[in-house]
Design a protein around this ligand. Sequence first.
Ligand SMILES: Nc1ncnc2c1ncn2[C@@H]1O[C@H](COP(=O)(O)OP(=O)(O)O)[C@@H](O)[C@H]1O
Ligand SMILES: N[C@@H](CC(=O)OP(=O)(O)O)C(=O)O
Length: 453
Amino acid sequence: MKVCKFGGTSVASAEQIKKVASIIQSDASRRIVVVSAPGKRHSDDVKVTDLLIDVAEAIIAKQPVDDKLAAVLQRYEDNAAGLGLDQKICEMIKEDLQQRCKDVATASVEKVFDLLKASGEDNNAKMIAAYFNSIGMAARYVSPKDGLVVNDAPERTMAISQAYDQLSALKNAAEIIVFPGFFGFTTAGQLRTFDRGGSDITGAILAAAVGAELYENFTDVDCVFSANPKVVNSPAEIVEITYREMRELSYAGFSVFHDEALMPVVKQGIPVNIKNTNNPSAPGTHIMPKRDASKRAVTGISADSGFSILYVSKYLMNREIGFGRKLLQILEEEGISYEHTPSGLDDISVIIRSFQLDEAKENRILQRVTEELYADDVNFRHGFSMIVVVGEGMKYKTGLAASAATAIARTGANIEMINQGSSEVSLSFGVLQKYENEILKELYEEFFSAVSV
Ligand SMILES: Nc1ncnc2c1ncn2[C@@H]1O[C@H](COP(=O)(O)OP(=O)(O)O)[C@@H](O)[C@H]1O
Ligand SMILES: N[C@@H](CC(=O)OP(=O)(O)O)C(=O)O
């Protein structure tokens, strides 16, 4: 059996939802359908999840929500009309949204966001199941309440082992299951959403739970490209990619597949196929445990902004036992995770996602590192991007780092950080954000021009 996830663009309009139905009808092994909230219908459109975030923000600010709720409802009304569905379903969605607004009147900020955001996929799954039924497909909406069990706050939302046991029963369902992506419930019944883009994670959890033969992830591009198609013109298509390569690429900028969606399928070796709802006969990209990496050293190049560097220098740091641990402990106590820690004899840099920092935290960290670790110099710098060159074949290719550095030098950018050491499949560069796109284009030229895929 196959589990199919349809992203926001695939369920953005009635026309798109009709494509989803025919994709499911065309292959009897497509038994579980995971859906996102309606996404963008065109580049200037707003995703329903973002409209719901507006509603949540208004609730928190104690401002009127009626216009904002109306904008959400309008999307469902348009879709219901285009699908020929009874407007009763829109009444049901309106009541659901009003009830959620009441339920969160005195709730914490996190709960307000979670409950409102999750309604996007929940109501869409109900509507899509109703549409499937209306055209004679035996289908049933299933709530994440019936098995998608997640951990408690404050840790980031993740499915716990109980979820896999409970959801495995879906493999015996007689009907096609329509399951909303993006959220689950704790054992105490608390709703929690995954990170943005998290419907990919729901699909992966279900694929693992039922032991699917394939996890199909439908989006709006024919395949995963070797670089972001919005930056590089007509990048090479990736036909096959390993889990490790995909993990590295989706970590930094390959927004087409969420990096947390790999873990559940990797554990069971379930292959993933990224496909296009608008062109389902295209073979797409296959993500698999292993592949022949002899043809090309580099598989893809990704880039992501929003990084900060904490730089610490102290003479004879290399001889001081426990210096790194104490430094990282200070970050841990501030609730900060880190990405890389390149170091020299007397210096260490810690690369951090900037959204975790604020002025007060930074000042506390600077003060503690100075006073408790007796650092000679400590500072934060912001506005960096990470560029990651990825390929299973890289370890066999000499001079690759030199070629990458030369390509970056052509843009005039200074390399602030290089990290190759531990990962066998990636080479990362920290650079000033303003050079990101130019570097991506230069690196693409360096590794992909004049080579056939
Ligand atoms: N390397 C890449 N390959 C393919 N798509 C990419 C890549 N990097 C970024 N993208 C973008 O990811 C988008 C699809 O992901 P997403 O927005 O999550 O879609 P969905 O609506 O299906 O969830 C594409 O439209 C494309 O612009
Ligand atoms: N709707 C949620 C979850 C999701 O996965 O969406 P999409 O499939 O459109 O990336 C979001 O916008 O984050």
